[in-house]
Design a binder for this molecule. Structure first.
Ligand code: FPP
Length: 242
């Protein structure tokens, strides 16, 4: 077994299944997204308790604008409600909040709520919650290249390390564990650059039901995985060196 820390430093999550969870209850999709916010606050605490330092979640993708307009405006409104309902609690629980994504397309009110969430938690160190909103992995690579070019970097200076520093998650290590709830097995344009060597964990559990059982199942699976980063297993490398 390749020895790596049994606890991932950074966990990324595609929180899928809110709509189906609501449908099972004969409720509108928005009801599922609302329950999804509660599940997110619960998940932050559970991961922090287990020693995870960074949690990054996909809240609204660049492609989610294609959803019906009432669902899109509902999700935008939900952010404002979530910030007013939970910001104080997250802040006192030691959570640092970061927002990643294209802020240009959101309203001034939403941008102000994000800024308040970030500035009022900037000194917290227990866990960093990064919320990907109006985010896409391809957008991230393109914006990173554009900013690097704007800084005058030439083709030979643009290495993987340098480009990483321009990506939206430059402040965090790459995710060790990538979780998707809701039964689909795809990445859906989330963290394409950063998840190159993430361990993937898919669960049928719908996001609003995500709790301690699923957190522990995902972490136990991660602890058993052998990480190679394109190399050979550590024990074989050690044997070859003898
Ligand atoms: C996917 O479920 C979920 C989303 C597109 C939104 C996720 C957002 C939240 C959990 C709320 C987060 C909000 C804040 C304030 C951080 P789906 O609608 O695709 O579900 P389905 O696959 O069952 O239809």
């Amino acid at each position: 077994m390749d020895r790596h820390s049994p606890i991932p430093r950074h966990v990324a999550v595609v929180m899928d299944g809110n709509g189906r969870w609501a449908k099972q209850r004969y409720m509108p999709r928005f009801f599922g997204h609302k329950a999804g916010v509660d599940a997110l606050v619960r998940a932050v605490d559970l991961f922090a308790e287990r020693g995870v330092e960074y949690l990054t979640v996909f809240a609204f993708s660049s492609e989610n604008w294609k959803r019906p307009s009432d669902e899109v405006s509902g999700l935008m409104g939900l952010v404002l409600v979530a910030v007013s309902k939970y910001l104080r609690r997250l802040a006192t629980d030691g959570v640092r909040i970061r927002i990643i994504g294209d802020r240009d397309a959101v309203t001034d009110k939403l941008r102000a709520a994000w800024e308040e969430a970030e500035s009022s938690t900037v000194h917290n160190t227990r866990i960093t919650l990064s919320v990907a909103f109006n985010y896409g992995g391809r957008w991230d690579v393109v914006q990173a290249c554009r900013r690097a070019m704007a800084d005058g970097l030439g083709p030979t200076e643009l290495t993987e390390d340098v480009l990483s520093r321009y990506t939206a998650l430059a402040f965090a290590p790459d995710p060790d564990l990538f979780i998707r709830t809701g039964g689909e097995m795809r990445i859906s344009n989330f963290l394409l650059w950063q998840a190159a060597y993430s361990e993937l964990f898919f669960t049928e559990c719908l996001w609003p039901d995500f709790g301690a059982t699923e957190v522990d199942a995902a972490l136990a699976t991660y602890a058993r995985r052998e990480r190679r980063f394109g190399g050979i297993p550590a024990r074989e490398a050690a044997a070859a060196a003898r």
